[in-house]
Every structure is written in structure tokens, then in C-alpha cells.
Design a protein around this ligand. Structure first.
Ligand SMILES: C[S@@+](CC[C@H](N)C(=O)[O-])C[C@H]1O[C@@H](n2cnc3c(N)ncnc32)[C@H](O)[C@@H]1O
Length: 261
């Protein structure tokens, strides 16, 4: 077997760390997984334990009972640790960005992986991974805090980046721009004046500030008001599955990638 593409990095992970993104994947891309014939999902770089891959498997099986999940890790010791947890529809194997799977995946998740590479590599591996997707497939690449209370992720189709999603527990931030430290590697260095991502986070903070009176009814109501305010000047999707109150009330906001790139 050829050497896996990439490098072993820190294996930090944890129970339920990726729940916010799992919930989004199930809601937004569950129908695509349900329609696909033999849908294959890859969890790339699952870390020091099998936990987040098993959680993804359990959550996706609820919306797409035929789904098969493969956890891929570049560290052989972490593959050995995960192997005993294999079961029907869930397996673990050694590999890297080349994705050693026998058919194109309908969905690839890579969380807290690319953050440890440089920006040029992050763009290069985005291109390599989306080129491996099945038609209509999706790459979900993002970063979260250690406890998963703050996360930002990008959704990419085979054609390129399509969406960026901000997600936070209501007690896990002071202002929305606190999520800047979780931006994907391809955006984080662009969060400076003159760049769109910076303008967006500045406007989100302003919308949060002017929505302060709604805080009397709780931070969820304040978030909903702030998103409505933002939607007047940013192309915030208003319809399910990407937008609308059903998503926003979870402390989530998805934008088209083109709005911030
Ligand atoms: C910080 S852990 C993230 C674990 C889990 N995804 C999470 O978010 O909790 C990153 C893992 O990605 C692995 N990794 C880094 N580059 C990789 C690559 N090219 N292919 C597969 N795994 C990779 C590292 O070895 C490490 O175990």
C-alpha cells in the first residue's frame, strides 16, 4: 500500500464533540443520503478514538438506514484502537487525503483535521477531496472548540465550496465574532478589514448588539432577531433545509460561500 497522503497530527477528540455538525448533516444532506444507492460516508481524521465516527454512524442511520460509514486515520495506532468497534456498516482503516475507499463517497466529513495544515495545503486538499466525491456528493470540512460548543464548517460540492455554517451554544459566546477562532483554514487568515468574512462578522456583531432588547426573552430570541436583521443585507437562506427559524433557533446560521469568500 502507498504511503497515506498527509501527516499525523494531534488526535484530540471527545464524546459528542461534533454533534452540532452531525445534526446539520442529517437535516440538510440526509435526503441525499437516503436517495443514493449504497451511500458511502467517510469520516476523515477521526482522532484518538472511534467515538465521533460511531456517533455520526448512529445519527445518519436514523435518516438513511442504508448508509455505510468508514473512518479513515493516518495514524496506524489510532486505527488499531478503533478496529474493535467495527460492526455491520461501520469500519475503520488506515489512509489519508487519497481516501482509500472502493467507491466514490456521497459524503466526506473532515473535522479538526485541516486546521493543522497551512492555508495553501487546505485549498489543495479541498480540491483533492471534492474530486473524489460521488456526483451530487458533499464534503463537510470544519473546526470546533474542544467541547463542541462552537463550530464553523464549509460544505463543498464536486464543483467547489457552496456554504459556510456558524453554530454555537447560546452560552458559549459573548458576540457572534467569537466564532472567528473556529473559521476553516481557508478563511481564518482573511478575517481582516477589507475582506468579506470580516465585514460579515462585524455586521453580525452589530445585529447582535441592536437585538439586545430581545435578550429579555432569552439568547435564542436574540439570535433569531439578529439573524433577521442580518438577512436584510446578507443573502441568508430563509428556507429549509439551509435556513429559516427551524435552523436558526438551534444557534446556527448558514450562508452561501460566495457571500464571504
Ligand atoms: C484533532 S484530531 C480530530 C478528531 C475528530 N475528527 C474530532 O474532530 O474530534 C485530527 C486527526 O486527524 C488525523 N489526520 C491528520 N491528517 C490526516 C490525513 N491526511 N488523513 C487522515 N487523518 C489525518 C490526525 O492524525 C488526527 O488523529
Amino acid at each position: 500500500m502507498a504511503k497515506p497522503v498527509g501527516s499525523i497530527t494531534r488526535g484530540t477528540t471527545g464524546y459528542n464533540r461534533l454533534r452540532r455538525c452531525d445534526r446539520w448533516i442529517a437535516a440538510v444532506h440526509g435526503p441525499m443520503l437516503r436517495r443514493a444507492a449504497r451511500p458511502l460516508v467517510v469520516d476523515l481524521g477521526y482522532g484518538a478514538s472511534h467515538t465521533t465516527t460511531l456517533e455520526l454512524f448512529a445519527r445518519l442511520r436514523r435518516v438513511a438506514p442504508e448508509v455505510e460509514v468508514v473512518g479513515i486515520e493516518i495514524d496506524p495506532a489510532r486505527v488499531a484502537v478503533a478496529k474493535p468497534y467495527e460492526r455491520e456498516g461501520l469500519s475503520f482503516r488506515l489512509g489519508g487525503f487519497e481516501l482509500p475507499v472502493s467507491r466514490p463517497p456521497a459524503l466526506v466529513r473532515a473535522f479538526n483535521v485541516l486546521r493543522q495544515y497551512d492555508e495553501a495545503d487546505a485549498w489543495r486538499y479541498w480540491d483533492a477531496l471534492r474530486a473524489r466525491l460521488a456526483p451530487g456528493g458533499i464534503l463537510v470540512e470544519g473546526t470546533s472548540s474542544e467541547n463542541g460548543r462552537r463550530a464553523v464548517w464549509a460544505g463543498l460540492s464536486p464543483d467547489g465550496p457552496e456554504t459556510v455554517t456558524f453554530s454555537a451554544r447560546f452560552d458559549a459566546f459573548e458576540r457572534p465574532s467569537d466564532l472567528a477562532d473556529r473559521l476553516p483554514k481557508t478563511l481564518i487568515h482573511r478575517n481582516v478589514p477589507g475582506e468579506r468574512i470580516h465585514a460579515f462578522l462585524t455586521d453580525f456583531d452589530r445585529a447582535w448588539a441592536v437585538s439586545a432588547p430581545y435578550g429579555a426573552h432569552g439568547r435564542r430570541q436574540r439570535w433569531l432577531a439578529a439573524v433577521e436583521h442580518l438577512a436584510a443585507s446578507w443573502p441568508v437562506p430563509r428556507q429549509a433545509p439551509l435556513g429559516g427559524p427551524g435552523r436558526w433557533r438551534l444557534g446556527e446560521l448558514t450562508l452561501p460561500w460566495s457571500a464571504v469568500s
